[in-house]
Design a protein around this ligand. Structure first.
Ligand SMILES: Nc1ncnc2c1ncn2[C@@H]1O[C@H](COP(=O)(O)OP(=O)(O)O)[C@@H](O)[C@H]1O
Ligand SMILES: [Mg+2]
Length: 259
């Protein structure tokens, strides 16, 4: 099962969601691979890996088109969390949009890489960059499902319309089996009108595809990330832990219902 976490808007909680969904799945016994497709390396750092100390990253796989299983396995790192592995990113990935653009079948590079190793993992979670460039397209082409995190702001809804049309175009042209698993409301603040408005608008547009769980705003989330730890494995008595635990449960349930 391969799930991309994508929204072209920056700061809406993609990396936070990718890190904590992957950590939740691993904690609940599922062998999970997190793939960091953003040159900012937030999810790499977020599971305790130093992106400046890496000898290889996802960029090397994409750029060298290393479809050989042995080569792919060499880039995978075991994290401190049992059953959670990562293909890390580093700053080199910032060049990828340009270097990959001249390659043949450039939209399917990640898909062809994952075909070699996907039998090893129950879940593969991809943290996408904040733009609909080649890296995000590669992620969506390789995926079975898309999860869209949305933070409540007045810019969010306009972005979602573009996102849905990009999704439709990728589904029509490159990956007919891609489905939206769900929309996740992040950074929710029940005291703010905008939070309630966005929730209502999303439910009107996406209906049952909006996860019942909303991720409340919680400063411990940022704090845990700065410490290189998923909130799921860091501190149990906070909203971030409760909400990402409930969300992880919903993801497993929704995916299981679809199989
Ligand atoms: N629920 C939340 N409450 C408080 N801060 C959050 C929450 N979710 C994410 N953040 C913080 O907001 C910032 C952006 O989140 P991030 O997951 O990196 O977004 P993206 O990957 O979409 O750019 C990070 O500093 C992160 O720690
Ligand atoms: Mg990010």
């Amino acid at each position: 099962m391969i799930i991309s976490i994508f929204n072209q808007k920056g700061g809406c909680g993609k990396s936070t969601t990718a890190i904590n969904l992957a950590a939740y799945l691993a904690k609940h016994g599922k062998k999970t691979l997190l793939i960091d497709m953003d040159s900012q390396a937030n999810s790499t750092v977020g599971v305790g890996i130093d992106d400046e100390e890496l000898t290889s990253s996802v960029y090397d796989l994409l750029n060298n088109q290393e479809f050989d299983r042995e080569n792919i396995l060499k880039v995978i790192i075991e994290t401190d969390y049992p059953k959670l592995h990562i293909i890390p990113s580093d700053i080199n990935l910032a060049n990828a949009e340009i270097t990959l653009s001249s390659l043949m079948s450039r939209e399917t590079i990640l898909k062809r890489i994952l075909e070699q190793i996907k039998d090893i993992y129950q879940y593969i979670i991809i943290d996408c960059p904040p733009s609909l460039g080649l890296l995000s397209v590669n992620s969506l082409v390789a995926s079975d499902y898309l999860i869209i995190p949305v933070d409540p702001s007045y810019f969010s809804m306009k972005g979602i319309k573009n996102l849905v049309s990009s999704f439709a175009s990728i589904k029509a042209n490159l990956n007919p089996s891609l489905e939206i698993l769900g929309v996740l409301i992040t950074k929710f603040n029940g005291r703010k009108t905008i939070s309630k408005d966005i929730k209502e608008t999303l439910i009107n547009s996406f209906g049952e595809k909006v996860f019942n769980t909303v991720i409340r705003i919680d400063s411990k989330i940022e704090y845990s990330q700065d410490n290189g730890k998923p909130i799921i494995s860091f501190y149990e008595k906070c909203h971030g832990f409760e909400d990402y635990t409930a969300f992880g449960g919903e993801v497993v349930k929704w995916v299981t219902q679809k199989i």
